[in-house]
Design a protein around this ligand. Structure first.
Ligand SMILES: C[S@@+](CC[C@H](N)C(=O)[O-])C[C@H]1O[C@@H](n2cnc3c(N)ncnc32)[C@H](O)[C@@H]1O
Length: 226
């Protein structure tokens, strides 16, 4: 399926159900089943945020092929890695086993518009949790926020621009800004702190070694009171 044919927003769309369900599963299954070199590196903003933290329980929302999950597990985190694509979560599970961190990684297939993993977390990471299919994304992120332990962090990194090698080249796409995401989450300021809301630029390297400047939309919030 050509992802550029989809012209729906990547953030919330009105109405229930919260997801395109079977279409979404099929779309992402096809994406991950297509033979290509899968990028298994950690996302830089996740690495920057998590490096100073004491390892605990982490949730990787839309984990893809698991670059972040593996990186966290290698640093002592116990990670729940969730994705709608069975192929993706199987790849994460296999990599965790091959790299000797299977005891710190739990993988689960979830359409997060329909179901959510159990557990309480010190870190929730949503890295480029975008989809061209309908998804009540802010509802998912709200559920994730409620799964944090007191003191826990939620890091949401969205595209502010896409790299030339990205699967998503839709010129009509609007990626939510950190301010928009924070407003949609509507977190109670008595219980939540916004630690970071900015749009940094960075030099990104693609799967074939090509480089481009990209913008990330970064929101980091902390549950300060239980
Ligand atoms: C743009 S990719 C980002 C993957 C990974 N976090 C990364 O940084 O490379 C978006 C991910 O969200 C997953 N996803 C999309 N819709 C989903 C849904 N409804 N439930 C769970 N995962 C979903 C996709 O399968 C895909 O792996």
């Amino acid at each position: 399926m050509d992802p550029t044919r989809h012209r729906r927003p990547t953030s919330d769309t009105a109405g229930d159900p919260g997801t395109a369900g079977d279409d979404a599963e099929l779309f992402w299954e096809q994406h991950y089943r297509t033979p290509r070199t899968w990028d298994a590196r950690v996302n830089p903003l996740l690495a920057e945020t998590a490096t100073p933290l004491h390892p605990g329980a982490a949730l990787d929302l839309g984990c893809g092929t698991g670059g972040d999950t593996i990186w966290l597990a290698q640093r002592g985190w116990h990670v729940t890695a969730v994705d709608i694509s069975t192929t993706a979560v199987e790849r994460v599970r296999d990599r965790a086993r091959d790299l000797g961190v299977a005891d710190r990684v739990v993988t689960a297939q979830h359409d997060l518009g329909r179901s959510f993993p159990a557990g309480r977390f010190d870190l929730v990471s949503a890295q480029y949790f975008h989809t061209p299919l309908p998804l009540l994304r802010n509802r998912v992120l709200g559920t994730a926020a409620r799964a944090l332990r007191p003191g826990g962090l939620m890091l949401i990194v969205d595209h502010g621009s896409t790299a030339p090698w990205s699967w998503n080249q839709d010129p009509e796409i609007h990626f939510p800004t950190p301010t928009e995401t924070a407003a949609e989450l509507d977190l109670d300021p008595a219980r939540w702190s916004v630690l970071r809301a900015d749009m940094p630029r960075r030099r990104a390297t693609g799967p074939a070694g090509e480089t481009a400047t990209v913008i990330d939309n970064v929101l980091l919030v902390q549950l300060t009171a239980g």
